[in-house]
Design a protein around this ligand. Structure first.
Ligand SMILES: C[S@@+](CC[C@H](N)C(=O)[O-])C[C@H]1O[C@@H](n2cnc3c(N)ncnc32)[C@H](O)[C@@H]1O
Length: 282
């Protein structure tokens, strides 16, 4: 439970609300969130006409008040914590500027291979977008957790060059560009959506989100996604033992998210003993 003077009724953790993200943020007290991982609408009225399934333009896609969103995100995040914001190449300069002015140290922009190929406009005269961009910010400084994703290929203790330190079990440098078979993709393709009967035009891959949660938060910490869409971040949080809080404006996607959360919660409840996610020091 998060109690706040600004909120008429206390907000519960492990809940998503069918409401405006900025409204939810305004009800949160300062420094109550351990990690932000979110995927806001980009303000570009995106519609993919090259797919068998056409979606209406997303709610809020004509633009959100990104400057206010960045300020509120900074306020609710604890010191020494991480925040990740999906973006696109053409929104990146503005999003970068807003996040920096809000107080974040913008450390990097991850580029993650998509599971589907996207594109806008003239696909014969421009490059298709085959990657997602994810702005990585810090408030203060927090070190990455060790994870099995980032385990070194060489056995711990191997020494390749005389005088050099033997290799560690886990990588100590993390690439910002996630391409190839070593890494999960950022999105699902339409085949996956059809097979699972879960539809959202910009759905993200839960396995990918789970790695970000494992790298940048500890079990039971509170993860925030104010633009939760079909609920992917909540599903990743449940599967990795984190707490979550989020919002979604569109009632249809909100119900999709509730349904996915119920399925994964029921599934996790029958897993015994609970899977250990092997994310911290060996
Ligand atoms: C880019 S999508 C997120 C997709 C999500 N990552 C997933 O895997 O399903 C952004 C979502 O934010 C929702 N949205 C737009 N404006 C909003 C607002 N002001 N508050 C809350 N949700 C909003 C849209 O309906 C959309 O589902």
């Amino acid at each position: 439970m998060i109690s706040t003077e600004k909120s008429p009724k206390a907000l519960s953790v492990n809940q998503i609300y069918c409401m405006d993200c900025l409204e939810l943020l305004s009800q949160l007290p300062d420094s109550c969130i351990s990690l932000i991982l979110t995927d806001p609408p980009y303000g570009i009225s995106y519609q993919n006409h090259f797919t068998s399934r056409e979606y209406p333009v997303l709610a809020g896609d004509s633009g959100i008040d990104y400057r206010r969103f960045a300020r509120e995100s900074f306020r609710v995040l604890k010191d020494n914590s991480h925040a990740y914001f999906f973006t696109r190449f053409d929104c990146y300069p503005y999003h970068y500027q807003c996040l920096q002015q809000a107080g974040f140290a913008v450390k990097n922009c991850m580029v993650i291979e998509k599971g589907n190929i996207g594109g806008i406009g003239d696909l014969k005269g421009t490059y298709a977008n085959n990657a997602e961009w994810l702005i990585f910010c810090q408030k203060g400084r927090r070190a990455f957790n060790h994870t099995t994703l980032l385990q070194n290929r060489a056995k711990a203790g191997s020494q390749f060059h005389k005088g050099r330190k033997p290799s560690e079990k886990y990588k100590t440098r993390f690439n910002s560009c996630w391409f190839g078979t070593e890494y999960p993709k950022a999105t699902y393709n339409s085949g996956w959506q059809k097979q699972h009967n879960i539809y959202h035009p910009t759905i993200k891959n839960v396995e990918f989100l789970s790695w970000i949660l494992k790298i940048s938060s500890d079990p039971l910490e509170l993860v925030f996604d104010g633009f939760i869409g079909s609920g992917s971040t909540a599903v990743a949080a449940i599967q990795t033992g984190r707490n979550y809080l989020g919002s979604e404006l569109n009632p249809r996607y909100y119900h999709t998210a509730l349904q996915r959360i119920k399925e994964v919660t029921d599934h996790e409840a029958v897993q015994s003993p609970r899977q250990d996610h092997a994310e911290n020091d060996p």
